[in-house]
Design a protein around this ligand. Structure first.
Ligand SMILES: [Zn+2]
Length: 138
């Protein structure tokens, strides 16, 4: 896995195959020695896509051409990101889930799905991950 600053793209970080492209601001923050919770959360999200790509060589095709596959991939990535963020800000759980469900269900994300169904699935996935990691610790 490698990290590259994404010249000319200041708004989005993204992942192509095993390479994570960060906006210059995020890249600098990530390598600053003390990356913010937000940057680390974003990298955790993108790392999930790297794992998805490594586990399934059809990942990119499915991501592009199947809305339901894309939703599954994003729910997993956002749930990991939220799980990490609420380890630092537990009181923001509901806010984060709302925010990300809104992003995911929106048409710019090419999903155009109902907010309620995305919210329900994301909420359930976050609980599943939190539960799994608690079981792991004890
Ligand atoms: Zn994503």
């Amino acid at each position: 896995m490698e990290f590259l600053p994404l010249a000319g793209r200041n708004r989005f970080s993204t992942t192509l195959g095993s390479t994570i492209y960060l906006t210059p601001k995020r890249y600098d923050n990530y390598y600053s020695g003390s990356p913010s919770i937000r940057t680390t959360g974003l990298v955790i999200h993108e790392k999930v896509h790297v794992r998805q790509y490594q586990e399934d060589w059809l990942f990119q095709l499915k991501y592009i051409f199947s809305r339901s596959a894309r939703l599954n991939y994003e729910i997993e990535a956002y749930a990991e990101q939220i799980k990490f963020s609420i380890e630092h800000y537990p009181s923001r759980k509901a806010k984060y889930i709302k925010q990300k469900a809104k992003t995911l269900s929106s048409c710019p994300y090419l999903l155009c799905m109902s907010y309620e169904s995305v919210h329900k699935r994301l909420d359930a996935k976050v609980d599943e991950l939190v539960k799994a990691s608690n079981e792991h610790i004890t």
